[in-house]
Design a binder for this molecule. Structure first.
Ligand code: SAM
Length: 274
């Protein structure tokens, strides 16, 4: 266990909860299985618990850290050839550019809870360049991402992320493994973009719209949520029960709905989506 006195003062506004348990760091590295030659980027390295462990295996690593006060410490961990330190908001980083000429970028991070979801969507926009992502997140968020149709956690986040990636919750991490101790459990997860890509670029906007609209009011039936966009007859044609709720529909059904939206030209008519 790393003593708190050895850590920089944690800043709440940057979502800083540092990993202090070496056993968890080892477990994370074992799950990532980094090998020499990997193009790997760590988001939010902070004081570098995971960074140090990754540098023991990788001859080169890139890290993206928002907090300026962490930068000098990170630069002291290795030579600039071994460790490229980018001081930036990961939400603004062009991950495709970091992938270089290849399409096998690996992204890892113990993510700040406040930016985790937007960051995952930011990286998913460039999913074709990404081999995999391994993230520590609030357990409740991981549960929602990996949820299956019909479960309480299944919703917009599950459908959207699973359209881009195979998802897997790997293990739960108790609050006592971090400092400061967070209020909630965390979980470590893997996301692997589908190859070939399932959600092709032209279908992305209609898919996002149909998913958002279908879940707009969870207690309403699908037909009610989609009123004005797709008729009851259209739902029957798609072999989807208009009386069901969005939380019972699987990925394939949402793809059929998005394709129907495109065929009917509804995605170009803003009045039909309001
Ligand atoms: N990786 C370290 C560990 O496990 O001990 C720190 C994890 S801490 C939960 C989150 C880290 O992300 C902090 O170092 C924080 O400064 C950084 N961070 C917060 N927002 C960020 C952003 N938008 N872009 C990049 N890094 C960010």
């Amino acid at each position: 266990m790393v003593q708190e006195g050895c850590l920089p003062r944690a800043k709440k506004r940057f979502g800083q909860n540092f990993l202090v348990q070496p056993r968890i760091v080892e477990r994370i590295v074992a799950a990532i299985r980094p090998v020499s030659g990997d193009v790997l980027v760590e988001i939010g390295p902070g004081p570098g618990a995971l960074t140090r462990a990754l540098l023991r295996v990788l001859p080169q690593l890139t890290v993206v850290e928002l907090d300026r006060d962490m930068i000098a410490g990170l630069r002291g961990l290795a030579t600039p050839e071994q460790l490229r330190v980018i001081q930036a908001d990961a939400l603004t980083v062009d991950f495709a550019a970091l992938a270089g000429a290849g399409d096998a970028l690996r992204v890892v991070g113990n993510l700040p809870y406040n930016v985790a979801t937007p960051l995952i969507f930011h990286i998913l926009e460039q999913a074709t360049r990404v081999q995999d992502m391994h993230f520590m997140l609030q357990k409740e968020v991981v549960d929602r991402i990996v949820a299956a149709p019909g479960s309480r956690s299944y919703g917009r986040l599950s459908v959207m992320v699973q359209a881009y990636c195979a998802v897997e919750s790997l293990f739960t991490v108790a609050p006592g493994n971090f400092f400061p101790v967070p209020k909630v459990d965390s979980a470590f997860m893997r996301l692997q973009p589908h190859r070939p890509v399932r959600l092709q670029a032209p279908l992305r906007a209609p898919f996002a719209r149909i998913v958002a609209t279908s879940f707009a009011q969870r207690r309403k039936t699908l037909a009610n949520n989609l009123r004005g966009i797709l008729s009851v007859d259209a739902l029957h044609d798609l072999r989807i029960d208009p009386g069901c709720r969005a939380e019972t529909l699987d990925q394939a059904a949402f793809f059929r709905l998005a394709e129907a939206l495109v065929e009917r030209g509804a995605e170009h008519d803003p009045r039909r989506l309001d």
